[in-house]
Ligand binder design. Sequence first.
Ligand code: ATP
Ligand code: MG
Length: 470
Amino acid sequence: MKGHILIVDDEKDMLTLLDRIISEDTHYKTVTESNPEKALEIFRGEDFDVVMTDLKMPGMSGISLMEKIRQIRSDVSVIILTAYATIETAVEATQKGANDYLTKPFRRERLLVTLDKAMKWQAVIRENKRLRDALEKKNDLSIIGSSVAMANVFNRIRQAAPTSGTVLITGPTGTGKELVARAVHQNSNRRSKKLVTINCTAILENMIESELFGHVKGAFTGAATDKKGLVEEAEGGTLFLDEIGDLKPGLQTSILRLLQEGEYRPVGSVITKKADLRFIAATNKNLEQAIRDNTFREDLFYRLNVIRLEIPPLKDRAEDIPLLSYHFLNKYCVLNGKQIKGIAPSAMQTLISKQFPGNVRELENIIERGIIFCTGDTLTLSDLGLSGPEESFMPELSRENENTLMRFKQAKEENIRLFHEHYIRALLKESHGNISKASELAGIQRQYLHRLMKESHIEANEFRTLSTMK
Ligand SMILES: Nc1ncnc2c1ncn2[C@@H]1O[C@H](COP(=O)(O)OP(=O)(O)OP(=O)(O)O)[C@@H](O)[C@H]1O
Ligand SMILES: [Mg+2]
């Protein structure tokens, strides 16, 4: 790591000593100055990562110097140097915003560790700023990604959106296919009309006709009134056929007819209606293989595969991971009412080296869980429940260790669930069943606690005492 350090101390010997140790043991560049006023001038002209300043100096105290420096640049790391006798003042200095302090005389290792910590903090802050700036300049599609692979996807979306061509979105699970479908609709001239999603896995075979096309009163037993189908609901807008690869063979024919003829007839009706729709379909299945296996109609595939959008797996665009991670960090900090400045470099490195299975959805889940467990101001490896690159438990996946991994994952999920349950019970016991108070104790939002309670089937009533029941 490159680094630039400004050292300020009125004792010239101390400056020489610090400068010598730092140049011998690190690659950081140092500037030393014994006069705090002059140091401030130097600071104005150069870009420093860390300022180390003595506490007691004639003319200006280390604290005032820190305050002035922070007015110029609020995110610089400051380490206060002080004689052992004034440790209380040093503690006060950290309360006033110094990152750390170093008591004189100090051991060489202590100096280097303190400096290393300040430098890492600085890296987090800078990365945080850079990524937040990048997020602010988020593209008009509301899809995060700065990789070349995603830039291609964005271009294809922009080209495809204004046309009326059917779009087929393919890619592994959790890569953002639904998000892409929404972006296509939002950027089309149908955006003021509805995007209606049909989850093809969930639809029952014998319900499809009436679900899709509606029915008239008396069409079948139980059809007491006329009912609009999804196609009519989407009129003028977009019909999104999600998980199209799971569509039962019988239903493939109905969909093909709708695509080919653009006409439909509500169940029990004699009148044919014209549909004005744009079709988007998505799947994580390999449809070409499904055709070879005779589980997907080839003619339906060709009708769908007009504009193909292939979403690459996250492992092929690891450079998107920092931006996505910060996007989810912001999102879940807001949702959970937490303030976390950034992600520790070691944690980010592990995320980038992708020591976890899955795609964007999995990354999102990991960050969400990490934020719940995080008690400090940066998200660390242990908050994320990941091990560092050196002790990685996940080598190349083979068939046998995939099963072990699955069991490990299940055990981990179960542990998290048990932890939640115990923790919530302890909180509610402490607050005598008062949910607002319990959420305050845990530093999480009330709604979030509510959700966790529901997941663990915990009732606040169990913990209410006579006095709180009144
Ligand atoms: N590029 C991205 N930017 C921001 N969020 C993303 C991105 N990609 C995915 N996500 C988020 O990840 C989650 C999963 O995305 P989505 O549901 O679109 O995946 P999918 O490809 O449809 O998965 P599946 O095949 O399992 O249905 C969602 O919460 C989504 O908002
Ligand atoms: Mg999906």
